[in-house]
Design a protein around this ligand. Structure first.
Ligand SMILES: [Zn+2]
Length: 314
């Protein structure tokens, strides 16, 4: 299968610095159909006007340097080999003031070997994903720290905005507001990159290890109205997780089946009895009918697994 990738090179803060060094190479595989969506997600709201598209002949990569038209050679941390034929490069500015170089690459993808394994996945707030085989993907600890930082920074920003409005100062001219706005944008950006990095790793692992993967068909768009920061971040992660699983399954010859999430957390996997009372606590599942007890998330992921297998055969 021929697929086009986007490689993102994340640079440091200002254009003058850009000519000297790009501090970090951020590489992500993004299928082209969803490129636009992805960029809007990572770079929210103030989409920059600075946009420069270059032809294939005008740029190239050599070692840890990339050559861009007008700017010349720029260093970056070459942590991952850019493979395939590069179609074009785009330079954009993030809301946080950082510059990002995206390389559009066309490359060949080979199917992954079949494993004859099938699995169901339940996503949660405490642990990120729980597999029906008992494997747990935890939320990395630094997400928590970043969330707390974001809440604090946002609070300061809204306070400063209110003060500026009271004093009838236009927000673009209020220096302390703008300074804080960039701080908030940087934390958002950090979270987005860390999240993408983590999700890339675990989705690749899941796709590699299993042939058929059952997931919940969550209506994430509706849930995004949530004001709770931790919850909102998890919800973005869940939809990203699903999107990555689905396109990787298509690339590597695997199958992802989304099932109706209703009752998957209240139904007993052992006898099928469905009741609210089966969930006495968030973590423990105890069936009031047959007495089956299990970790609640694993019970749910087993139900998801079963539903997916069932819809696969019908
Ligand atoms: Zn039961």
């Amino acid at each position: 299968m021929n697929i086009t990738f986007i490689f993102n090179i994340l640079s440091i803060s200002t254009l003058s610095c850009l000519t000297r060094e790009i501090s970090h190479l951020y590489v992500s595989y993004v299928p082209v159909e969803s490129t636009k969506k992805y960029f809007y997600q990572v770079l929210p709201k103030e989409y920059p006007h600075f946009n420069h598209v270059m032809g294939e002949t005008q740029w190239c990569i050599s070692g840890n340097r990339v050559k861009l038209p007008k700017l010349g050679w720029i260093r970056f941390a070459n942590s991952r080999k850019v493979e395939g034929r590069i179609l074009n490069a785009t330079v954009r500015k993030n809301p946080s003031g950082k510059y990002v170089v995206s390389l559009l690459v066309e490359t060949e993808v080979k199917e992954k070997p079949k494993t004859s394994s099938t699995v169901g996945i339940d996503v949660g707030l405490k642990d990120f994903a729980i597999l029906s085989n008992g494997h747990v993907y935890k939320n990395p600890a630094f997400f928590r720290t970043l969330e707390e930082k974001l809440v604090k920074a946002q609070r300061i920003l809204s306070r400063r905005q209110q003060v500026a409005i009271k004093q009838k100062r236009p927000l673009p001219e209020a220096k302390n507001v703008q300074k804080q706005r960039i701080k908030v944008a940087r934390i958002h950006e950090k979270i987005a990159y860390a999240r993408t990095d983590y999700l890339q790793k675990i989705t690749t692992e899941i796709i590699k290890n299993h042939d058929v993967i059952g997931i919940e068909d969550l209506q994430v768009a509706n849930m995004l109205k949530n004001k709770n920061v931790a919850k909102a971040i998890s919800e973005v992660s869940w939809s990203e997780f699903r999107r990555m699983l689905e396109y990787k399954a298509a690339w590597y010859g695997k199958q992802v089946i989304a099932v109706d999430p209703r009752c998957t957390s209240q139904k007993c996997h052992s006898c099928g009895h469905t009741a609210k009372e089966n969930r006495q606590t968030q973590a423990a599942f105890l069936c009031v009918s047959c007495g089956h007890s299990e970790n609640a998330d694993i019970n749910a992921s087993r139900n998801i697994h079963e539903l997916a297998m069932h819809s696969n055969t019908t």
